[in-house]
Design a protein around this ligand. Structure first.
Ligand SMILES: Cc1cc2nc3c(=O)[nH]c(=O)nc-3n(C[C@H](O)[C@H](O)[C@H](O)COP(=O)(O)OP(=O)(O)OC[C@H]3O[C@@H](n4cnc5c(N)ncnc54)[C@H](O)[C@@H]3O)c2cc1C
Length: 444
């Protein structure tokens, strides 16, 4: 049986593919009308596919609500954002190998820059390769630096666009169907990039609130109580992007799970990880104004047909606190495994104990790794055919998913990863490490 996740990737992938097919057909019919040779056809189709691909990469980055819904969640959107960007680099090399400008006449309107169009194409190529390669190493960069570098993507894209429009066998400003397609898609590409660069922080974080309480839960985690100016509608388990207007706090946008609500307040539970979260812990004054985006995320505990098993690793407990601290009751038998490195790391234990005492459907186990070791799939009641909801460090989520699928590959698993950055390089390095361990003789 196909999992929901596989279906989501196939469905969203087919949307992307159909846009590429539409582009190819539009170019094929238009160039056939002009009786152009196969070389012109192939060069134009490859070149335009790259441009359309980057339009989608930019549009995917806007977190547009319709798109997020269509693609089945932000994680899938970011997966295609990354996958497309990397594949298009490969396409650029194929395009460059095939491209041949024989018989192409550049229209005078493009002859304004003192640079040849193939050089402009190379500039675009080198710029995209540099920025996409840097993005692959996001894990080893400060996130803000990664985001800052990412903003320059529009520059090589504009070079590529100019190269593509100037180096076209047909006039792309003739306002025929192909020209309208290319102009419209290019405007979507430029518009999406400018929206994220200039307007996102003003437009997308439209829910206003005031942080009225900041509670220290332990040496690393704070709980923020936010009074919202108007009712904030979300499903427990979801997250939002927030921006705090505190005097000593950087005006950055970061995602945090909504860890509770009582109708007039919402909560965020934040662990210090890097400089921004450390600032919140050390320097955030109350009251402070906060702006909140609309809610995102599909881990909303909606399955009422199966018993639920919740697995939280460290600060990954926040979406589950969000459910417990929401106005929505738990209706199906639910068991929480809360895995922490040691007792001190555990937060809101009083909340879980009180909820367990008053809600017969809910039970929980604290897994203290120092005392009990890591949580393993063999500890889980998989014989009850539960729906597993998981949130925590990527390593824990990946390992448990593997272990569970060995025991029962049909187990339903929904998880929320606390990171949008890709893990391709990390995964490749891990594979190399495993290979080395396997084949290199162990030191005596
Ligand atoms: C869907 C989601 C829900 C999350 N929920 C919570 C939560 O409830 N409580 C909590 O403590 N943490 C949560 N996080 C993690 C939190 O966003 C990061 O810890 C925080 O942004 C770190 O910022 P920093 O500057 O302190 O650290 P940095 O050192 O800058 O970043 C550390 C890591 O955090 C991630 N990160 C940093 N900034 C951003 C950003 N603007 N957008 C996306 N990822 C970023 C990156 O993976 C980065 O590698 C969540 C993350 C995601 C993606």
């Amino acid at each position: 049986m196909m999992t929901r996740k596989t279906f989501t990737y196939i469905y969203s992938g087919s949307i992307i593919l159909s846009i590429f097919i539409l582009n190819t057909l539009l170019w094929y019919f238009r160039l056939s009308q002009s009786f152009l040779n196969n070389n012109a056809l192939i060069t134009s189709i490859f070149g335009s596919t790259i441009l359309i691909g980057f339009v989608m990469v930019f549009f995917l980055s806007t977190r547009n609500p319709i798109l997020v819904k269509l693609f089945g969640g932000l994680e899938t959107v970011y997966f295609w954002h990354r996958f497309l960007a990397m594949s298009l680099i490969g396409m650029i090399f194929i395009h460059q190998t095939w491209a041949n400008a024989q018989g192409l006449i550049v229209l005078p309107r493009y002859l304004i820059f003192p640079i040849s169009f193939s050089e402009l194409g190379e500039l675009a190529r080198n710029g995209l390769i540099l920025l996409v390669t840097l993005a692959l190493f996001a894990k080893w960069m400060k996130y803000e630096h990664f985001k800052y570098i990412h903003r320059f993507m529009i520059v090589p894209y504009l070079f590529g666009l100019y190269h593509g429009f100037a180096y076209s066998w047909v006039d792309l400003f003739s306002l025929d169907y192909l020209s309208i397609w290319m102009i419209a898609t290019s405007l979507v590409g430029i518009g999406s990039s400018l929206y994220m660069l200039l307007f996102y922080k003003h437009v997308a974080l439209s829910n206003l609130g005031v942080i009225t309480e900041k509670n220290y839960l332990n040496g690393q985690i704070i709980d923020l109580k936010v009074e919202v100016m108007k009712v904030y509608r979300f499903k427990p388990g979801q997250f939002a992007f927030i921006r705090i207007q505190g005097r000593k706090i950087k005006k950055q946008i970061h995602p945090f799970s909504i860890s509770g609500s009582d109708g007039t307040h919402v909560y965020f539970t934040i662990k210090t990880l890097g400089d921004y979260t450390k600032q919140l812990y050390d320097l955030l004054d109350v009251p402070s104004v906060i702006t909140i985006s609309r809610p995102f995320g599909h881990m909303t505990f909606s399955d009422q047909k199966h018993p639920q098993v919740w697995i939280a690793g460290g600060v990954g407990i926040t979406p589950f606190i969000g459910k417990i601290r929401s106005l929505e009751p738990i209706e199906t038998p639910t068991h929480l495994f809360y895995s922490v490195r040691n007792q001190n790391e555990a937060v809101h234990m009083d909340l879980f104990e009180a909820y367990q005492a008053t809600h017969k459907e809910f039970t929980f186990t604290l897994v203290d790794q120092q005392k009990d070791g890591y949580l393993r799939a063999t500890h889980l009641p998989l014989e009850q055919n539960p729906h597993i909801y998981m949130c925590g460090p990527k390593r824990m989520v990946d390992d448990l998913q593997k272990q569970i699928s060995i025991i029962n590959k049909d187990t339903l698993i929904t998880y929320e990863a606390f990171s949008f950055t890709g893990t391709l390089v990390d995964t490749i390095l891990q594979k190399i490490r495993t290979l080395f361990k396997k084949y290199l003789p162990a030191k005596k």
